[in-house]
Design a protein around this ligand. Structure first.
Ligand code: 0K2
Ligand code: SF4
Length: 329
């Protein structure tokens, strides 16, 4: 073929890290272990993680997802999702005589504890996060009288506090790092003595996935993010890709959702996935692309991840008891 008319080589840039974070891995395993340990059905309040495939797969194994604790029949087991719950939800479960397994990610619990501490010290807490998101509802519930939600920089002008010198900001764990810093800068413009959280609230997994997609963004004609529409961290990856210079970016649950027309004039495709996305779904996307000439896959590595969390304590206790009983015969 004439060199001038040859189409440019097609390649895939595959982000690393991508997919499951430690908190999601723990939460999904918690549901699986609970099903093995106690038998179906096991109730789960809210989607254990925001991923359609995960939810469907666990439903097939006997998990029943409910919106509210009140829907769980008395005497059953209910698992709380990775996004965390307000204290009032624990109270509802106790009233309903439910056994609970709390799969809240320890990094979300850390933010809950910060909220409790600053509320005790009588700070006004500005919680940066998305209105209506499950995590924000849970964190706000720790100190409803002290917390005001700030949903992005455009919300800053309307924030009201009791004492501008006694204000702290906290955040949802799965936000855009850059947009959050914009919000914080705007808040600091209004409250120069604004206190910052003792350590990053946006978690390591959210940050690393955004860093990786930024690295590939400028080079990619198209970025495909695997993740569900209600997954905050997955949606953020699409925005970060576009912000980093990708010509086009889309969120898909499955390879079948990719539109052939997105590939028109495209030679480099970036692929990544949200923190709630099993790798099998990314493999499906890579296969789909390979069938269309995108066989060359290059990894873009932004960070190493080795963090893991132990299972929720209620499960560990029962698994230990079972092991003891087996040993004692
Ligand atoms: O990104 P989101 O907070 O919407 O949640 P998922 O997609 O379920 O990802 C896991 C994060 C859970 C808690 O931080
Ligand atoms: Fe935990 Fe971060 Fe994963 Fe959320 S995204 S479950 S905070 S590790």
């Amino acid at each position: 073929m004439d060199r001038m008319t040859a189409s440019p080589a097609r390649k895939v840039l595959l982000a690393a890290p991508r997919g499951y974070c430690a908190g999601v891995d723990r939460a999904v395993i918690a549901v699986e272990k609970a099903l093995e340990q106690y038998g179906a059905p096991v109730y789960v309040r809210h989607e254990i993680v925001h991923n359609k495939y995960v939810v469907k797969t666990l439903e097939k194994k006997g998990a029943i997802f409910v919106d509210e604790t009140e829907e769980v029949p008395e005497g059953n087991i209910v698992i709380f999702s990775a996004h965390g719950v307000a204290p009032v939800v624990h109270e509802e479960a106790a009233r309903g005589k439910l056994a609970t397994i709390d799969a809240t990610c320890p990094l979300v619990t850390k933010v809950h504890k910060e909220a409790v501490r600053f509320a005790k010290e009588d700070y006004d807490i500005l919680l940066i996060g998305h209105e209506g998101h499950e995590e924000v509802i849970g964190t706000s519930g720790e100190a409803p009288d002290h917390i005001t939600l700030v949903d992005g920089p455009e919300d800053v002008a309307k924030v009201e506090v009791r004492d501008p010198d006694k204000v702290v900001w906290l955040s949802q764990t799965t936000l855009s790092v850059d947009e959050t810093m914009e919000t914080v800068d705007a808040l600091k413009g209004r409250f120069p003595n604004l206190l910052s959280p003792p350590s990053d609230d946006i978690c390591y997994a959210t940050q690393n996935r955004q860093t990786a997609v930024k690295q590939m963004g400028a080079e990619a004609d198209l970025v495909i993010v695997v993740g569900s529409k209600n997954s905050s961290n997955s949606v953020r990856l699409v925005e970060v890709a576009l912000g980093a210079g990708a010509r086009d970016a889309h969120l898909v649950d499955y390879a079948e959702e990719i539109d052939e027309t997105w590939l028109e004039g495209v030679s480099t495709v970036g692929v990544t996935s949200g923190a709630s996305v099993p790798e099998i779904l990314v493999e499906g996307v890579l296969e789909w692309l390979a069938q269309r000439g995108f066989e060359d896959v290059e990894t873009v590595k932004a960070a190493e991840e080795s963090i893991t969390f132990s299972l929720p304590k209620e499960l560990r206790r029962d698994l230990r008891a079972e092991a003891r009983a087996a040993v004692e015969g």
